[in-house]
Design a binder for this molecule. Structure first.
Ligand code: X90
Length: 279
């Protein structure tokens, strides 16, 4: 049986060990250029270009055809998408899944709206891979992936919300209050899958301590913790160091974001996925 895991490119990885996997690119555009968030994208070149670009920029979700192409000829497909409350990605995946199953009776596609993205979505994908390798059935995996999603959380620390505001995904007024005086915003993915600001912090130390505090409040107590960073490697390392001093056994990982998350996280942004153990 041919099995495949598929997600949109906001998962920030290109491969998953031990399973067949494909990430479907979103795109990032200005009036002059379009960047596809695929294997060939040079993320730092895109970030430099955008930092100097003064006019409007925007993003677009994958089309139904993009999803169908990624499904290929697999018989059992597990799809994760970023939150349906900020993007059309989930809807296009569902439409593709319906068409795929109609055209190929007997094949199965499970589409999970993660109501999140990035590091939390990667943790869910890894869970699905783990369940498959443990021999779970399609129905068991669907049900357990949904249950696992409820135990994970996503937090972020961003130095700017300019691109979020420009695209109408957070209020313009909120974006104006940060980015000006070296202030960072800390926030989370809400239960509805929207951006929920928590607090503002000034200075590295205060950002890191504040983040740690929020994680603990959410029930974090040393589980898996992934940090996806947008040109914020140093800050990410300091954060993981802080986590490790309190939870030496935490399974942590730091890695660079791909294009879509780079666009929204902006320079210096951190996106943190973690197991919080609460359903
Ligand atoms: O359809 C599109 O054009 C894509 C829109 C994407 C909007 C969200 C991107 C999030 C990127 C930031 C993580 C922190 C906030 C998460 C809230 C769910 C990364």
């Amino acid at each position: 049986m041919k099995i495949k895991l598929v997600s949109d490119s906001s998962c920030d990885v290109k491969a998953l060990p031990g399973v067949e996997f494909q990430a479907v690119p979103l795109s990032i555009s200005t009036e002059e250029r379009t960047f596809y968030d695929d294997e060939n994208l040079n993320v730092s070149e895109m970030m430099d270009y955008l930092a100097h670009y003064k006019s409007r920029s925007y993003t677009a979700c994958p089309s139904m055809a993009d999803w169908l192409e990624a499904f290929g000829d697999a018989e059992e497909i597990y799809v994760t998408t970023m939150t349906s409350n900020l993007s059309g990605t989930y809807n296009s995946a569902v439409t593709a899944a319906q068409q795929y199953m109609e055209e190929h009776p007997g094949r199965k596609v499970f589409v999970l709206d993660t109501l999140s993205t990035s590091a939390e979505m990667l943790m869910i994908l890894e869970k699905i891979a783990e369940l498959k390798q443990a021999g779970c059935s399609f129905e068991e995996i669907a049900q357990q992936a949904e249950a696992y999603r409820k135990t994970t959380r996503l937090f972020f620390a961003f130095q700017s919300l300019h691109n979020f505001a420009q695209n109408g995904r957070v209020p313009k007024l909120l974006a104006k209050t940060i980015g000006v005086l070296g202030i960072s915003i800390i926030g989370t993915a809400s239960e509805q899958g929207t951006v929920e600001p928590i607090s503002k912090s000034r200075g590295k130390k205060s950002v890191l301590n504040n983040l740690m505090e929020q994680l603990k409040k959410a029930g974090y107590c040393g589980g898996k913790l992934y940090v996806a960073q947008a040109e914020g490697q140093e800050l990410a390392e300091e954060f993981v160091k802080l986590v490790k001093t309190q939870y030496p056994n935490a399974a942590t990982k730091i890695y660079p974001v791909r294009g879509l998350c780079a666009y929204y996280a902006e320079k210096g942004g951190l996106i943190i996925g973690c197991e919080c153990g609460k359903a």
